[in-house]
Design a protein around this ligand. Sequence first.
Ligand SMILES: [Zn+2]
Length: 306
Amino acid sequence: MENDIAIGVDLGGTNIRAAVVGGEGKILRKLKASSAGDPIRALAGMVAELRGQYPGVRGVGLGTAGLVDRRGLRVIHSPNIPALTGRSFRSLNLGLPLVVENDANAAALGERWMGAGREFQDFVLFTLGTGIGGGIVQGGRLLGVAAEVGHMVIERDGERCSCGNNGCLEQYAAARAIVQWLVREVEGGRESLLLETMGGRLHGATARDVAGAAREGDPLAREALRRAGRALGVGIANMVNLLAPEAVILTGGLVGAWDIYVEEAVREASRRSMPGLFEGLRILPSALGADDAGVLGAAALVLENA
Ligand SMILES: [Zn+2]
């Protein structure tokens, strides 16, 4: 990949990030914009700007939220950016080769290339945010599969999910689920420090607020994180039993609550993994920031496939 450059784009629910990336994994230039409005038009503008500055780019790699049709360069379904559902990137007419991938898959490839996945041939990445995404690397290569780890069912008759199923992992272990559970408990009469810190407006709370209250010793916030951590542990154990990876890499805002949420997940995963599969397994945080993993992995799609 030496002396090669490509554009990597990360199209997420909140932001579009685009970067020019060198073959040695160096980010040469980075742009960021909001994904509100027409994200496809916005990203076309960003790509045109970067291409103007770096005419030698070989192609564009695009990681996008949602289920993707790689051959059709299309988003099949995107619960977090409904405007993308059914949209094709073919009409962009970039004049450059384009590779499309799911955003969490691209992040896994970014970690494999330049981050925490560098030392592993086989790992599973969980992106822990509002929802939960995932990517699977096997034999050093990104698996071109859906890897929708957030939508593995962990409760057969559980909570309704945005995907239409019931009992999906992200309904228990993601940021939105953590806040919703805590709000429900408070509405049911339980007490939390958060009610005071949020001035009574609990619905505006984020998982970061919950983690802050937990750190101050709020029992309900701690319970919310532990409960979510246990659910994540079930999801991790399922992946361990299925794939026997060398490592599980965790990324996203919730990794900040490592001491409660992730430690609980590790305990639960160790209880539920088959004997022999958990020993030697590494569970570790990503080494790249959310700003970089996606664009690096997206660029790698172009640079590696060349
Ligand atoms: Zn689901």
